[in-house]
Design a protein around this ligand. Structure first.
Ligand code: NAP
Ligand code: ZN
Length: 350
């Protein structure tokens, strides 16, 4: 039997949210049916429905930061039991056999990973995301949420958390390393907390000084604002690693000037338009300009366990289904502190 569940639906380009009903597939033997408690709002949800990255499959239910409780399991599920606290992130299927899937990089599956929304499952059915009360996902793509992380704050880890954990780990954030995080929104504030927990000296580079107290409370030892144009000069050659979470057009050469020789500037924010930089900015210091895309399932579990062990979690603002439209505008205006999380029990089909 399929499951009918309340969801926040956008029917067509430019339309607002409608509280309606969607169908989830009948449980396959390896499937988990999850009662979603909270869904985080990622800026990617907004880019997608506003078609800033290309065409969107309407009607759509966004949301790839999902935290909830297992309600039912398929006959061959072994990793989860009814009542477990679980999460789902940006990936709901992958081939499981290619060189990337077998090494924990399902996000680069050669068959194509199936995204949580704006994607088609391998059977052709459109995948719908987490702004909903229930979801069905194969157990290979379900994460265990440690007891130390309350469900109320867990959801944003499933995208914002892993998206920052991956490059910070890969590029060696740790004791003795100078790390900067550009943009302190949903991703950025998790970057500050995770890099600090890894032992790095963290600096926030924001547009203004308005979030300085929060940045320091999250673990930063320094805080700078680009509204002061001298900041690039002051921080010249300072960082081993800079992770940029901004989706706007940025002067990359100026940011590269803050990287030490052999250091890296890693882009995770996704601007709409092509970006440019001078090769000179890299050559004068053998610097690396890199990018990073979410993370695989194993890495996501590792990140959740790391956050539980270090007592870190996102700072969230809980909202109801009626408030999501206004929340999108606040995210775009950089006015979120620091991730909106929808209480999905408030979705009321009308
Ligand atoms: P967010 O909460 O809106 O945070 C972005 C931050 O960037 C803002 O809080 C703001 O920080 C800064 N910012 C905004 N506009 C700016 C401008 N014009 N100039 C300079 N800085 C600006 O968004 P998010 O959810 O963290 O997502 C950030 C980006 O990462 C989005 O493009 C999203 O699609 C992308 N993303 C990528 C991945 C991946 O796998 N690579 C995964 C998830 C999301 P300050 O106020 O501190 O300046
Ligand atoms: Zn996301």
């Amino acid at each position: 039997m399929t499951t009918t569940t309340p969801a926040l639906i956008i029917d067509s380009a430019g339309a607002g949210f409608r509280q309606g009903l969607i169908e989830r597939r009948e449980l396959r033997s390896d499937d988990v049916l999850i009662d979603i408690a909270y869904a985080g709002i990622c800026h990617s949800d907004i880019h997608t429905v506003r078609e800033e990255w290309g065409p969107c499959i309407f009607p759509i239910v966004t949301g790839h930061e999902i935290a909830g409780v297992v309600r039912e399991i398929g006959s061959e599920v072994t990793k989860f039991a009814v009542g477990d606290h679980v999460g789902v992130g940006c990936i709901v299927d992958s081939c499981g056999e290619c060189e990337y899937c077998t090494t924990g990089h399902e996000n680069f599956c050669t068959k194509g990973m199936v995204g949580t929304y704006n994607a088609r499952n391998y059977d052709g059915e459109v995948a719908q995301g987490g702004y909903s009360q229930q979801i069905v996902v194969g157990e290979r793509h379900v994460l265990r949420i440690p007891d130390a992380i309350p469900l109320e704050v867990a959801a944003p880890l499933l995208c914002a958390g892993i998206t920052l954990y991956t490059p910070l780990k890969r590029w060696g954030a740790g004791p003795g390393k100078q790390v900067a995080i550009i943009g302190m929104g949903g991703l950025g504030h998790m970057g500050v907390k995770i890099a600090a927990a890894m032992g790095a000296d963290v600096t926030v580079i924001s547009q203004t000084m308005s979030k300085e107290a929060d940045g320091r409370a999250f673990g930063a030892i320094d805080y700078a604002a680009t509204e002061d144009p001298t900041v690039f000069k002051k921080l010249r050659g300072r960082f081993d690693l800079i992770v940029c979470t901004v989706s706007a057009d940025l002067p990359l050469d100026r940011y590269l000037s803050m990287v030490k020789p052999f250091g890296a500037l890693v882009l995770v924010g996704l601007p709409e338009k092509p970006q440019s930089f001078q090769v000179f900015s890299l050559i004068m210091g053998d610097k690396v300009l890199a990018a990073s895309n979410i993370g695989g399932i194993e890495g996501t579990q590792e990140m959740l366990d790391f956050c539980a062990e270090h007592g870190i979690a996102p700072m969230v603002e809980q909202i109801s289904a009626d408030e999501v439209e206004a929340a999108y505008d606040r995210v775009v205006a950089s006015k979120v502190r620091y991730r909106f999380v929808i209480d999905t029990s408030t979705i009321t089909p009308k």
